[in-house]
Design a binder for this molecule. Structure first.
Ligand SMILES: O=C(O)c1cc(=O)[nH]c(=O)n1[C@@H]1O[C@H](COP(=O)(O)O)[C@@H](O)[C@H]1O
Length: 273
């Protein structure tokens, strides 16, 4: 999916919601455990219940990889079930020497046909470029993450700037707003507006709303740009909104609240949508 298609989708759906499919066997409702593929049964119900309210699904591969071959099968069934026209994110946080990054890129872009993959910047340019070289695919680079550990490296001084600033500014020379997004944690409210000034046109994938306590209002007022420029991810706050027979309805209701709040911010901001 290209940038214009993504912007159009946000406009049509009045939503920049990304539903995070962090599906944990220990947390899904017990009645699903008799299915041949309980993880897929859960994801299918969540997708059916939320697909008109969100513009993206993010599959965090850790929740699938931990189950070995069965997990990869659940991942494949899930990504194939997501309706075409909805943006897909493989949240795999990859990155290695160029030769190896190319194989990671093939895995998620060619084999599993995701639109995008999350990438860690620590190994530098040659580890990131192989992802950026795939046409009509997106690299989502960790910029400033939502977790406490972001203080250990990302928020440390690196010369006359903080390390995350160096990462974002440097990576903007490698990719363009048509193929490069940044992960910016919703919990980093002090930095959101500043990062938007640094990267005025790039989309941001913003996790940390819901279970991690980030505010949708703060993100939207500080970091929305003229094309919206935001994909706000909520995982546990939506998929585990309920735990009974009606879990999908509960997830839908949670997603609907986020979507309705997003529609108000889209209408308040002078978005050129
Ligand atoms: O890259 C990510 O998606 C990510 C980056 C980050 O800084 N913080 C973060 O929470 N995430 C992911 O976003 C999701 C957040 O999940 P919830 O806190 O349950 O909404 C998880 O899949 C995390 O792995």
């Amino acid at each position: 999916m290209n940038r214009q298609e993504l912007v159009n989708l946000i406009k049509e759906k009045q939503s920049y919601l990304c539903v995070g499919l962090d599906t944990d066997m220990q947390k899904i409702p017990k009645h699903l455990l008799s299915h041949a593929d309980p993880v897929f049964a859960f994801n299918k119900a969540i997708i059916d219940a939320t697909k008109d309210l969100c513009v993206a699904y993010k599959i965090n591969t850790a929740f699938y990889e931990c189950m070995g071959i069965r997990g990869w099968e659940s991942l494949q069934r899930t990504v194939e079930y997501i309706p075409s026209g909805i943006f897909t994110i493989a949240d795999a946080k990859r990155g290695d020497i160029g030769n190896t990054s190319t194989q990671y890129a093939k895995t998620f872009f060619d084999t599993y046909k995701f639109d995008s993959v999350t990438v860690a910047p620590y190994m530098g340019k040659d580890s990131v470029l192989p992802f950026l070289q795939f046409p009509e695919k997106w690299t989502i680079l960790l910029g400033l993450t939502s977790n406490e550990g972001s203080q250990d490296f990302q928020l440390q001084q690196a010369g006359d700037e903080l390390l995350f600033e160096k990462v974002i500014k440097t990576a903007m020379e490698w990719g363009t707003p048509d193929n490069l997004m940044f992960v910016v944690g919703a919990t980093q409210s002090a930095q959101l507006g500043y990062i938007r000034k640094m990267a005025p046109d790039n989309f941001f994938l913003v996790p940390g709303v819901g279970a991690q306590g980030g505010s949708l209002q703060e993100i939207s007022t500080q970091a929305m740009n003229k094309d919206c420029g935001l994909l706000v991810n909520v995982s546990r706050g939506i998929i585990y909104a309920g735990n009974g027979e009606d879990f999908a309805t509960d997830a839908r209701n949670a997603a609907l609240q986020y979507q309705q709040e997003m529609a108000t911010y889209l209408n308040q901001t002078t978005v050129s949508l």
